[in-house]
Design a protein around this ligand. Sequence first.
Ligand SMILES: [Zn+2]
Length: 167
Amino acid sequence: MPKSTGAREAKRRQIWDWIHAAVASNTDECADWPFGGRVREYGRITYQGTKRLTTHVVLELSGRPRPAAPDNRALHSCDRPSCCNPRHLRWGSMSSNCTDRDGQGHGRVPNQRGDVHSQAKLTEVAVRSIRERVAAGESQRVLAAEYGVRPSAISRAVTGARWGHVV
Ligand SMILES: [Zn+2]
């Protein structure tokens, strides 16, 4: 049985109240989308007649219009796709979005000033993969850019000057 218009309208108002609160919030805590979906899932809402990602709407409502592709993805500094805290959101490209989401992003997600390098860290999994790819002939400079670390960090990982215990 379809929900009554009244119930739908109440739900819609509840959702928009939540969104406006998220946009206006001034905490650094994550604001996880509570209206359905799993933690690692984006919320979706109808905004100006179009089905939109909640994160996109939050960014726009916080005064940051969506840029042209490829920088038109909503990226999370907190690595939680369901989070709608505008302080954790920024526009960026798909490749940096993958960086955010591949689970190795902790500690090396670019902050709002785009400062990738200061917090850059490699994981053991990343080090193994880097060594294989360098051995297969890939450029250390390209890998450094992909992992968001300095080329010297890649070189140390490859030579074993760092990560000597990872085999
Ligand atoms: Zn967050």
